[in-house]
Each structure stands twice: as structure tokens, then as C-alpha cells.
Design a protein around this ligand. Structure first.
Ligand code: SF4
Length: 289
């Protein structure tokens, strides 16, 4: 496979065939993200992508899922994405699901009927980084979309028939807006009603604008207890018809796996016990991105 630059994928795609169709991220301006620092976004050539699909057809016959890397593969023009999905379907017929990262911009640029066409050809799940539902924080972190755009695009993805997984970021609003960030994020998650929510805890990456703000004393990194209190409010304010709310990423202090709505009360009780010091938190040295 022809891999270039940094390759990332969601934890749930660990066993997937990683097919890199873009390098970097077309947005590349979120203040907390150091994944593609200095990397110029580009779409890989059709010939290289087709070579990789042919390689996977021979060497990846046991893997049933494909993940289209990198940052926001959905930004690839529709005709090219259709060609890729058709090739996957004909050459890797054992694959049951294709996934990709999306963002508000890439979802905005595709019409609903185009998204449905991608769904029909096998794109089964999209991963959307919401980070927060708080408009002021979205503006500060340069996410490129406000909460109404996030709600509209999340609903559009659902209407197209995709499974939708949304990532939110504990600690991203700093101290003063911490609880507001939690409540607003719960509001937006409820409005979108995704299948999966993954809550990560902010870790500052040297070289990013947010890291520099922290060093300059402009942005405070909240404590583990404050992150837990944020998680508690966020979970309490999130009402999903049927979905998984996870905070079991390596960056989190307290692993949470809740199926909503049924596990909500028990999980809030667990967080309360952790806040009261009755449940041990993950030590700092064991956290990772
Ligand atoms: S859209 Fe995602 S990958 Fe791109 S800069 Fe923002 S956080 Fe990083």
C-alpha cells in the first residue's frame, strides 16, 4: 500500500483495511490539532488508489472493513469517490462496510442524493469531529462551523443512511466555559441523535496554537476532576433515542461505556462516585492520544 505522511483512523477501525485516498486534511486549522502540521492537503491519484485496491484484493482477504484515510476523505469529488467505492465493491466483495472521516464542510458540499448514492455503494459510517456544541468555543478553535451547521450536517448524514459517530472533546473550552460547553454539546448531540458518541479528553500537542495559548497563560487546561464534571453534565444533557456514549479512549481519566438511554442513570452514578474519590482515575502517565 502507498502510505504517505501521517495516517490516522478511529479506534473502532483498528482492524480495517486502511486505504489512503487523501493526504492530510483540507481544513487543517483546528487550533488543538497537530495531526497534519505542515502537511499540504492533496487527493491521491486514481492510479495509485486503484493499485492499492488491487493490492488489498490479493493481500487483505480476511479484513471485512475498509477505512478511507485521511482527515476528511468525504471531500473527494463525487465522481472519484463513486469510482473508488465501485472498485472496492467489485474487487473486494467480502467487505461489509466502508468508513471515512467527514466534517461540516465536506458534508455541506455534497447534496443529499449524492450522499445517498455513496451510502448505496457501501459507505456505511462517517466519523464527525464536533468537539463542542458551544458556538463561542467552536469559533475560538477554528472548527469552521457553528452549532447549527453541525446539527444540520449531522442530520444530513443520518438522513443519507450513514451510521454516524461523533467525537467531542472534554476540556476544549477551558475553565470559564467548561459547564456551558458540556450543556451545549449535550444539546447538539441530542439534536443530531447519532449512533455513537466518543468523548476524548484534551491533551495539548506542542506546536499547536492551543498549546502556545496554554504556555502563554491564555488557555487553562482544566483538572481531571473538572473534566469529569464536564463529562457528567454532557452525559446528563445528552438524550439519544438509541446510541452508545463512550469515553473509553486512551486519553480519558475514567472509562465510560453507556448505551443510552438505558445506562444513563448508572453511568452518572459511576461518575459521581469517581468525583467523590471512590473510584480511581487513570494516572496521567497512562493517558495517550
Ligand atoms: S478537521 Fe480534524 S483533522 Fe482536520 S484540522 Fe480539524 S481536527 Fe484536525
Amino acid at each position: 500500500m502507498h502510505y504517505e505522511g501521517t495516517i490516522i483512523r478511529p479506534p473502532s477501525e483498528a482492524g480495517s483495511i486502511l486505504l489512503q485516498i487523501t493526504v492530510g486534511c483540507s481544513r487543517n486549522s483546528c487550533t488543538f490539532c497537530g495531526t497534519y502540521a505542515g502537511e499540504r492537503f492533496r487527493i491521491k491519484s486514481d492510479s495509485v488508489i486503484m493499485e492499492d485496491i488491487a493490492f488489498a484484493a490479493t493481500h487483505c482477504r480476511r479484513q471485512r472493513r475498509v477505512f478511507l484515510c485521511d482527515g476528511d476523505a468525504l471531500i473527494v469529488p463525487q465522481v472519484r469517490l463513486l469510482r473508488i467505492l465501485e472498485a472496492l465493491r467489485s474487487q473486494l466483495p467480502w467487505v461489509t462496510r466502508v468508513g471515512a472521516y467527514a466534517n461540516a464542510k465536506s458534508l455541506q458540499r455534497k447534496r443529499l442524493d449524492e450522499l445517498k448514492e455513496l451510502r448505496r455503494l457501501g459507505l456505511g459510517i462517517v466519523y464527525l469531529g464536533l468537539e463542542t456544541g458551544d458556538d463561542e468555543t467552536l469559533r475560538r478553535i477554528h472548527k469552521g462551523a457553528d452549532s447549527s451547521a453541525m446539527i444540520a450536517m449531522g442530520r444530513k448524514a443520518r438522513e443519507a443512511g450513514f451510521k454516524l459517530s461523533i467525537t467531542v472533546l472534554l476540556g476544549i473550552a477551558g475553565r470559564d466555559r467548561s459547564q456551558l460547553h458540556a450543556r451545549e454539546t449535550g444539546r447538539v448531540l441530542t439534536a443530531i441523535d447519532p449512533d455513537y458518541v466518543g468523548a476524548l479528553s484534551l491533551m495539548l500537542i506542542p506546536g499547536t496554537p492551543l498549546y502556545e495559548d496554554w504556555r502563554a497563560g491564555v488557555f487553562p487546561l482544566i483538572t481531571p476532576a473538572e473534566m469529569l464534571a464536564e463529562l457528567r453534565t454532557m452525559l446528563a444533557e445528552t438524550n439519544l433515542s438509541q446510541g452508545l456514549f463512550h469515553a473509553n479512549h486512551a486519553s480519558n481519566y475514567l472509562p465510560i461505556k453507556a448505551r443510552l438511554p438505558k445506562d444513563k442513570a448508572v453511568t452518572l452514578g459511576l461518575i459521581d462516585r469517581a468525583l467523590a474519590g471512590e473510584v480511581a482515575l487513570k494516572p496521567e502517565f497512562m493517558r495517550a492520544l
